[in-house]
Every structure is written in C-alpha cells, then in structure tokens.
Design a protein around this ligand. Sequence first.
Ligand code: R5P
Length: 284
Amino acid sequence: MIVPGSNSQALGAALAAETGYPLADVRYERFPDGERMASTPGIDSGVDRAVVVASTTTDAAHVELLQLQDAAREAGADELVTVLPYMGYGRQERAFEHGQPVSARAVARAVSTGTDRVVLVNPHEASVTDFFDAPCSVVDAAPRLADPLPPDLEEPLFLSPDAGAVAIAESTRDAYGRGDVDYFEKVRHSGTEVEVTPGDADVSGRDVVVVDDIVATGTTMSESVGVLADRGAAGVYVTCVHPLFARNARSKLERAGVSAIYGTDTIERDVTATSVAPAVADAL
Ligand code: R5P
C-alpha cells in the first residue's frame, strides 16, 4: 500500500499506478490548537507492506511523515519503507559553525525510528545516507529530466552550474541522446548571492540546458541563465530534480530570460513535467 504525505499526493498516485499497490485513503487534519493528525483510516489490518512517500519540504511535513509511519505500523504493516523524494534539511549535512546542529543527521535519525528502510531521490550530498540508522538507498532520477525537453534542441549543451552537478547533466544528456556537457565554476557568497564563471564552451546560437539537483532560491540558475543569454545562447532551458522554488525564484528565472523550466514531482510545482515514480518503483 502506498501512503502519501500531503505534499506528495500526485507522486503517491503515480507510484501506485507504477507498482500496482493500492493507494491509501489518507486524511490530513488539524486540531484547534494547531497540532496535526495525518491518518490512514482505510488501511487494511495486517497490510504486508506499506510505502510511506513524503517529501519533507516543511517542518510540518516532517511531523506528518512520522505520524504516517506510526499509523501504518499501528495498522500492522509487516514491512515499512519510507521514500523521501525530497529530503528536507538534507543540505545541512554538516555543522558549518561551532554550536550548530548537523540537521540532516537529526532528521535522518528521527525518520529511521519508524521504518525498516529508506529510499532517497538524488540527495544533495550522498553522504547523508550514512545518517540513517535504517538501511538507506538512493534513486537517481536524472535520466527522467530528458523527458520533457523539446526533441529538436539546436546543438544542445547540457551544463551544470557547478562541478558537483555535472554527473546529473551527463545523465540527462545520455538520456536525451545527443549533446555536449560542460559546467560553470560557482562561488557562493551568501544564501542569495552566487557568482558563476563560464567554461570555454561556445554557446552562441546553441540551445543550452542548465541542469541541477535543486532550484531553491533560484539564484544559481538565474545567474547562469543571465550569463548564457549574454553570451548569445539561442535558448536556455532550466531543469532540475527538486523544483523547490522558494521565495521569488520563479520571477528571477523569468526576468533572466529563461526559455522554459522543468522539474520532477519530488516537489509538486507547476513546473513539474516528469515523474520519478518509475525510478522509485524499481528501488522498492
Ligand atoms: C548547490 O550546490 C546546489 O546544487 C544548487 O545549485 C543550489 O542548492 C541551488 O540553490 P539556489 O537556487 O538557492 O541558488
């Protein structure tokens, strides 16, 4: 049985269709004091296997996930798998200053208490898998990023805004079937200030697909789009696994001159154009 969190209902349905597992009737309610109650009133007693699918994009989503794990256990699930399509706090994988928590470890430990195993989709740092006390595997959804791209891109260049995402750009290019791969050098000055330095690739008259694991504030992508537009790219397409799109990310990209924006359903947004369900289903 697939048990979706409130932020992952479309992906839950896609995963149910992909696996043939039934989709649980889940209720998301709140008490007058603000506390949440996520429940699965229709779950079969003694269900063999429950798959809780919940992107933890908010603090509330973390609580909801713990409740859904507990509800599935309470209903007698023999095996419980937790899929975190997007792992919130995953980018806090270390204490950056003395006195700070390793937040990714803290949430990983909490998630581990209620599950037999964990599946992550393209975590920002692969090392976060070590923080889970339960066995944890990773799904690479990058090949799905090729799905919504126009088939007739002109001399496509798949470009990552930093060296860390070049593997995702390569996977996307491989799935698309043709094109070159390059990356920018990126220096982050603050949470909302980055500087990107182009490589040597000539982008003039070419379609460029900028590929990253996540668009958060949109700073990285909008800087990249602006540089590519200045250098004469024909079209600049943005695609990512996790379309978080915090604050004014969308406006920043549009103002920078992006041609189109695509993302997966790890975070359900209006730019969601492909599903990670087939890749996640393979990992279940
Ligand atoms: C950084 O290493 C990541 O791959 C992303 O480039 C980054 O997290 C995106 O953040 P933002 O959209 O806020 O620039």
